[in-house]
Ligand binder design. Structure first.
Ligand SMILES: Nc1ncnc2c1ncn2[C@@H]1O[C@H](COP(=O)(O)OP(=O)(O)OP(=O)(O)O)[C@@H](O)[C@H]1O
Ligand SMILES: [Mg+2]
Length: 315
């Protein structure tokens, strides 16, 4: 990842009649970053991506993609971005190869050998080479999705917009796509804007995520930051040599302790705290003071999913 901005949005707004789908959205994505766009259904993710890829124009605000203004230099923007839309429109009556060829031509790949190599490389990568001469109409949903991603990459664009790329894919194919995104961002410095509902994907892939709702930016940060800021409350998992009631009672008396859950079979305590950093020494001291022998202490972090659900519920 470099510190050059690849995407810069400034007050981006889009209205459909009286509905404001995207509402003064400002954010930046760095070169080589995988940036996640999260939010509930109808939050404005797809509309944002469509504006950035110059498929629709903003009602207000502006954005630069790869240094080009989306309103003034839309032709340039289209050349340097690849987009996977929610409903990729492939030509069902053409074969996989013909679909790739059609888009390669549309993007101006004129060197025949280069074009062939590129198509072969991509179809092989997505394990579609064997099926290259079959009509897309005969493909499964997952195969179509893979072909649509391959198509978005045909002109080797440095910036990629992927709207729900793993939807409808089996776990194995999802992993292929995740690995691809990792490789593209790490090795080739591609910038990826990823819309997803799969928080696990976001957690694994994104250097930063932005959560939007009703078209507005709610929060931006690394998955770690968001977890800590939103779900704030952490827990400690303490394993003792032996549990006794005195230890538990003493813990419950502590000011910072919210809850103590006991697992007698493993001699483990799950202690929910207001602030794990400041409370840990006191918790350990209390356990030792009441005769407990501490074998291990772990901080339990909430998942991004827990943080996300909490945030959206609060909204
Ligand atoms: N072409 C359109 N005409 C009218 N309203 C639209 C249009 N496109 C989107 N909208 C509205 O804009 C809002 C945002 O939609 P958008 O598709 O951007 O959401 P999203 O975050 O991608 O949701 P999802 O997670 O369901 O894909 C929704 O209320 C939607 O109905
Ligand atoms: Mg969408």
């Amino acid at each position: 990842m470099s510190d050059m901005p690849s995407i810069e949005a400034e007050g981006l707004t889009r209205k459909f009649g009286s509905l404001t789908a995207v509402d003064h959205l400002s954010f930046g994505v760095m070169e080589g970053e995988v940036f996640g766009l999260l939010g509930p259904n109808g939050a404005g993710k797809t509309t944002t991506v469509r504006m950035l890829a110059c498929l629709i124009s903003p009602s207000r605000g502006s954005a630069k993609v790869g240094g080009y203004d989306i309103s003034r230099d839309s032709l340039k923007v289209r050349q340097i971005v690849g987009i996977l839309t929610e409903n990729p429109s492939l030509y069902e009556r053409l074969t996989a190869y013909e679909n790739m060829d059609f888009f390669a031509e549309a993007y101006g790949l004129s060197d025949v050998q280069e074009k062939r190599n590129r198509i072969k490389e991509l179809l092989e990568f997505f394990e579609l080479w064997e099926r290259r001469n079959d009509k897309v109409a005969t493909f499964s949903r997952g195969m179509k999705q893979k072909l649509a991603i391959a198509r978005a990459l045909v002109h080797n664009p440095p910036i990629l917009f992927l709207d729900e790329p793993t939807s409808g894919l089996d776990p194995e194919s999802s992993k292929v796509i995740r690995d691809l995104m990792k490789r593209l961002s790490q090795r080739k410095k591609h910038t990826i804007l990823l819309c997803t509902h799969r928080l696990e994907d976001a957690e694994k892939l994104c250097s930063r995520v932005m959560i939007i709702n009703k078209g507005k930016n709610i929060i931006v940060g690394t998955p770690d930051e968001l977890r800590d800021r939103i779900a704030g409350q952490h827990a400690l998992q303490v394993t003792l040599k032996k549990l006794n009631q005195k230890i538990i009672e003493a813990l419950k008396e502590l000011k910072q302790v919210r809850e103590v859950n006991v697992d007698n079979s493993t001699s483990q305590l799950i202690i929910t705290l207001d602030d794990v950093k400041s409370a840990t020494p006191e918790v350990v001291r209390s356990i030792v003071y009441t005769g407990g022998m501490v074998l291990s202490v772990n901080v339990l972090h909430p998942s991004l999913e827990e943080a996300y659900l909490k945030l959206v519920k609060e909204e």
